[in-house]
Design a protein. Structure first.
Lengths: 189, 423
């Protein structure tokens, strides 16, 4: 497949990895043991959601690789139909930055707080360049009046690489079970 | 909720300043119920889907007209059919999945089976079991088919009606809307997927929003913020002869507004800021694909459809109602079957602009909700529709609320509301 048709395909490499056999519990990646790799991945995910939940969105693009990266929020409904349409579809770090500038400067939306809960962090495959990691997420949303609801539930399908000694997402696919968006979606998940 | 109106006799009075709409129309259950009867299940054609969603015989989708659940399917000879999604036996939902492919519609409750034309074909234990039970001799399967709606398609866009007397679809749409549909659906399409947006507000606030060219550059500030807006772009705000539909169109102008002209137009606006620039402008890269040069067409089709072309994003938006203060917008984006890979990628990137996370459209959900929240009481107070003169007249610009007035005049006609205009 060409890079474009691969990008348009709704079943990306991370989906395929999810279906592949799980690796052995023991592996070594970049001289880290399986346990240390797991710990570093979980730390990355924790820092990632803290960045969003603490409204430190200017730093959110920093979690992604600089040269090429892909971030998308796509509904499970579209994935299961084999359709590519996403809610957010970013194919460069610049598009991530533009999302945040638009959120800060242009878009009109009510003040709401996100609270991400992540669990079931599972390293699914390991090769020399990258880790494929799946995890579950829930986003709680609290409105101005203090009411908290589940805004979104789903899973992260992440492709994580080591870039200058730091773990970064080269691809992050947010597959959303909650395919009906409550009013609007402005911040990343 | 307000007490139900005993007899639905309403009288709306407009003022010399413009058309007035009482806020109770957005909150009162009596209006909502009357709309279901007189609009969604009345003398109208509602959008139910695209034929491209149902390419094969036996394909179906479940959707709703207003709040009535319906099934859209393609039968064994390829004909599109629409039924109420309700078993003729005891009223259970017949189809419980959003879409799929079947040979027959089988109710899970007692396994009554209907073929794709809606005819009842099977009733388990109809003649009893070992002489016990069974349906009475008077029972005639021919009397228990599914409730079928009238169906007409235009270039693959499917409409259905509960009415046996509504005019044919083409007459209902009128020439300019037919042209708009035929322009966009000029060749086979490829569905890209759906986006769904639940809005805590009344569906008519979105009908207003999509007929409102005035708000475009004032609520949606993405283009302004990134220095991309042209204040004086040429546009038209048209309605069909009945004025229930509207066609808002922007044509890329040969003489873009100068910086000073933009500054003058937007001097009262909270954000006219050209300090920001897109880091990745490929989101706006596109191709000219229509010879007429229109870069934006917002075609609201009464009562439940919006057809749009915004640059290279093509979409239908279907409104499904739940309650006076809740509705859902189902966005279906599409391209053409013959799009090359680059064009598919252009549409994917531009899709960031629209939908519930759309950089230039997410605000509409908020606009609906802040009205809904504020008008919960004071039902006899009214909103004002006056920009552009306060009359439902076609104009060759975008600085108007006229198409919204066209919507309300038709709304009054359907519901039997008397309109009085004080001179």
């Amino acid at each position: 497949m060409s890079p474009v048709s691969e990008a348009l395909s709704s079943t990306s490499t991370t989906d395929k990895a999810a279906k592949a056999l799980l690796p052995l519990d023991d592996f070594t990646w970049n001289s880290w043991s399986a346990m240390e790799t797991q710990w570093r991945v979980e730390r990355l995910l924790s820092r990632y959601v803290a960045c969003i939940d603490e409204d430190d969105l200017e730093n959110w693009p920093e979690f992604f690789t600089l040269d090429t990266c892909r971030y998308e929020i796509i509904t499970r409904e579209n994935v299961e139909r084999g359709m590519p349409l996403a809610l957010m579809f970013c194919t460069s770090r610049g598009m991530l930055v533009d999302r945040i500038v638009s959120l800060r400067e242009a878009n009109i939306y009510p003040q709401r707080w996100y609270r991400h809960i992540i669990s079931n962090v599972l390293i699914q495959s390991v090769d020399a360049e990258c880790l494929q990691v799946q995890s579950n997420y829930v986003v709680l949303q609290t409105r101005r009046n203090g009411q908290t609801d589940i805004f979104s539930a789903g899973k992260y399908l992440d492709r994580i690489v080591l870039s200058k000694g730091e773990l970064k997402f080269s691809e992050k696919r947010v597959v959303v079970d909650t395919h009906r968006v409550d009013t609007l979606l402005v911040a990343p998940i | 909720m307000n007490a139900p109106m005993e007899s639905f006799e309403q009288r709306w009075t407009s003022s010399p300043e413009g058309f007035r709409v009482p806020y109770e129309v957005f909150t009162d259950r009596a209006y909502y119920d009357k709309e279901q009867e007189k609009i969604f299940r009345g003398e109208t054609w509602s959008f139910v889907g695209l034929e491209a969603e149902l390419p094969n015989k036996g394909d179906f989708k479940a959707t709703a007209i207003g709040d009535t659940p319906v099934i859209v399917t393609r039968d064994q000879v390829g004909q599109i059919r629409v039924f109420k999604n309700r078993c003729a036996h005891r009223g259970a939902l017949l189809v419980r999945e959003p879409r799929g492919n079947v040979k027959s519609f089988d109710c899970v409750y007692h396994q009554w089976s209907f073929d794709l034309t809606g005819a009842l074909r099977g009733v388990p234990m109809r003649r009893g079991v070992r002489g016990q039970g069974g349906m009475p001799p008077e029972f005639d399967m021919a009397n228990f088919g599914l409730d079928a709606l009238r169906v007409e398609s235009l270039n693959g866009v499917i409409f259905a009606s509960f009415s046996s007397t509504v005019e044919p679809l083409l007459d209902y749409l009128g020439e300019e809307v037919v042209d708009t549909i035929q322009r966009i659906f000029n060749r086979p399409i490829r569905i890209m997927g759906d986006q769904r947006q639940y809005v805590h507000g009344n569906w008519k606030l979105y009908a207003e929003n999509t007929r409102d060219p005035y708000h475009g550059s004032l609520l949606h500030l993405f283009h302004n913020t990134f220095g991309l807006y042209r204040a004086t772009q040429a546009g038209v705000s048209h309605m069909d002869a009945s004025k229930r539909h509207s066609i808002l169109k922007v044509v890329a102008t040969a003489t873009p507004a100068s910086e000073s002209e933009n500054k003058e137009v937007y001097k009262d606006v909270r954000s006219y800021n050209t300090d920001f620039h897109l880091q990745d402008p490929s989101i706006l890269a596109g191709r000219k694909e229509f010879d007429d040069g229109s870069t934006l067409i917002i075609n609201a089709i009464f009562p439940n459809l919006l057809l749009q072309q915004i640059a290279n994003t093509l979409a239908v938006r279907q409104s499904v109602t739940y309650a006076p203060d809740a509705f859902e917008i189902v966005w279906t984006l599409f391209g053409y079957a013959d799009d090359d890979e680059e064009m598919q990628m252009i549409r994917m990137k531009q899709s960031n602009l629209i939908g519930p996370a759309g950089l230039i459209s997410m605000e509409d959900g908020e606009a609906v909700e802040i009205v809904q929240e504020a008008v919960v009481r004071d039902g006899k107070k009214t909103s004002l529709l006056a920009m552009g003169g306060g009359r439902a007249e076609n104009v060759e610009h975008m600085i108007t609320e006229a198409p919204i007035i066209g919507f309300w005049e038709n709304y009054c006609r359907y519901l039997g509301i008397t309109q009085v205009r004080v001179a």
